[in-house]
Write a new protein. Sequence first.
Length: 76
Amino acid sequence: MSKKKNDGSLESHLSGLEKIVSELENGELSLEESLKKFEEGVKLTKNCQHIIDNAEKRIKIITKEGLKPFKDDLEQ
């Protein structure tokens, strides 16, 4: 079963990364298991970046002016 980059939410990918970090920090995995977890973490990181990149593109389209710093309407 092949997963596409956009499968899952950013939150689910981040949760997966947190679990992997915890498992790696625990130090109970073999070298081979650690490498597999690291590889999985790299894939999750790329998925997160893809989701963030898409969100940024959507924001640019919505604003049609690119990203600008937020300025409160009440500030003068």
